[in-house]
Design a protein around this ligand. Structure first.
Ligand code: 13P
Ligand code: SF4
Length: 337
């Protein structure tokens, strides 16, 4: 393949100026001049190839605002993948998200710009583990977080995301199940259990990003930033951290909360890029304090996205028989949510 030289021409500058303005202060001009040609070329090529770019809320702002066609949390990306009429999906997120898109749209080419963009939760459990759990607890439904491989989903009764986990568990409770098994995130499971009458058995997986927050961090930051600061936590954080927060929700629910409530100061207990993406749309909200970086999400970059469009790879494949069974668990989630 021929490598073309990407230049910061007047045309590129003009086309990307609104994005640069939106991201005011987040990128120095010299840095932007290296990013803008990629944004321009990616947007040109994706039209030519009828590709859609799904960008998770943890993508850096250059990707999120520069090239993302559909942005959001895991649930929204899965819902959009299911209805998209593009020929090709470029999944800017981690591998399980690309697999979910493939499971929902087997006829489309699903591409992830870096095959090694994994997830500590997805790596914590196998299909065999689910089969054993089911044998140990016959008749107890298995609710599996979308942050898992397609094989794991295929063995599960229903999937959930951080935005609908409580709803799904309560819906199963209303169908007469007094106990459910939630895999693989023990903190999400414990946080759901704290708000539900259904008894929740859990697997001992955790997110390497959210498990690092502590209640002491929250107390220290509240002291530092005063009483008008609001603390928003992702439900993959440990329950002791959630107890210190003012609001908890999926990445999109956190985004919506900020948009609707416009707190003067906010601390986001989640991945670092959320702050940059939220700051760009909420200039009146001061985002303070700490964040944690997901090394998997950060594998996705503009040069890798461009390469994946040019080469139409690496492509994500899921065994059709596994995909069919995984699809049932994902679709059941979409119905219940
Ligand atoms: P959301 O579904 O809230 O976007 O979360 C995905 C994720 O990987 C969080 O760590
Ligand atoms: Fe997985 Fe945590 Fe990274 Fe989300 S933030 S992709 S749960 S490791």
């Amino acid at each position: 393949m021929q490598t073309q030289k990407l230049e910061y021409t007047d045309e590129v500058a003009q086309a990307t100026a609104p994005i640069f303005e939106k991201l005011e202060g987040q990128y120095k001009e010299a840095h932007w001049k290296t990013l803008a040609p990629y944004i321009y070329e990616i947007n040109r090529l994706k039209k030519e190839k009828n590709a859609v770019i799904l960008a998770h809320n943890y993508m850096t702002p250059d990707i999120f605002y520069g090239v993302g066609d559909i942005t959001g949390d895991s649930l929204k990306l899965a819902q959009v993948a299911a209805t998209s009429d593009a020929d090709m999906i470029i999944q800017c997120g981690v591998h399980f998200m690309a697999e979910t898109s493939k499971v929902l749209c087997p006829e489309k080419k699903v591409i992830i710009p870096d095959m090694d963009a994994g997830c500590s939760l997805a790596e914590s459990i196998t299909a065999e583990d689910i089969r054993k759990l089911k044998a140990e607890h016959p008749g107890v439904p298995v609710v599996t977080y979308v942050n898992t491989s397609a094989e794991v989903k295929a063995e599960s009764d229903v999937c959930c995301t951080s935005s609908n986990a409580l709803k799904i568990v309560n819906a199963l409770g209303a169908q007469g199940h007094d106990t459910v098994i939630m895999t693989p995130d023990m903190y999400l499971a414990q946080n759901v259990a704290n708000e539900s009458d259904v008894n929740v058995l859990f697997w001992e997986g955790s997110c390497m990003v959210h498990e690092r927050f502590t209640p002491e961090d929250v107390r220290r930051m509240r002291q530092q930033h005063g009483p008008d600061v609001q603390v928003l936590a992702h439900p993959e954080c440990p329950p002791e951290v959630m107890a210190e927060a003012d609001f908890s929700g999926s990445t999109s629910q956190i985004d919506d909360y900020i948009k609707e409530n416009q707190p003067p100061k906010a601390i986001l207990l989640t991945e670092c890029s959320m702050s940059g993406n939220i700051a760009a749309q909420n200039p009146e909200v001061k985002l303070m304090g700490t964040c944690q970086m997901c090394p998997h999400m950060k594998r996705i970059s503009l040069p890798k996205i461009l390469k994946s469009l040019q080469t139409e790879g690496p492509e994500v494949h899921v065994d059709p028989e596994i995909a069919e069974r995984a699809k049932k668990a994902v679709e059941r989630m979409l119905e219940l949510s």
